[in-house]
Design a protein around this ligand. Sequence first.
Ligand SMILES: [Zn+2]
Length: 235
Amino acid sequence: MVNYFEQIAKIIYREWKAANRFTGGDHPDAESLACFLEDSLPVADKRLIQKHALSCDLCAEYLSTQLKIQPHLSLAVPAPLLEKINKLVGQDTRENLFEIFIKLKEKALEIIQTTGDVLLGQELVPAQVLRSRKMNEFKEEVSILKDLQQIRVMAKIQNKSAKSFNLTVTVKDKQGQAMHKNLRITLIKEGIELESYITDSAGSSFFENILPGSYVVEVSREDQKEAVIDLKVRA
Ligand SMILES: [Zn+2]
């Protein structure tokens, strides 16, 4: 207990010391230095601080580090970069990531790679099994499912003459019974939101005539990401 209070006392003392670093002696006070950095001092005061800093290593060092830090801190971080970081951090857990890589052919579509299972009639078959059976080509459309942390996500991809595709995202509970309505499904390309819909009473959202490319489809509930589909479609 004594140690605990001692630690707090030390923290408070150091904070106080830091705050009062430039008061006393001939140093300008912290307030003046802050105003100097913002360039909001009257010319005469500004000159005084400049003159002081030329002969005081402590203040010169303080001002130079603040000048180095401040422009950097006031920089706005570009949204696509934040998105990228979020994606990287999200992928770190990989627990809510669902990957699909499809090739659109003239009158078929081929599953190149997926972490989900493919719906064949009523049966769910892992994509690797289909590949080994040489059954990874489908006519017109394919439905791929994946169970994530909280939910079961199904992506249905329909080939539109190899030029574009339709995507239906359906969210159910893991037993595949109850539909999840009122979830937001967002289609993102290169960090830019293209379309965003709320799932209907069937737990579905429909995206029409999407061009081949690399997409991220986010399933979210009140800003909480429940699933991220990494969708690549090649023509
Ligand atoms: Zn000084």
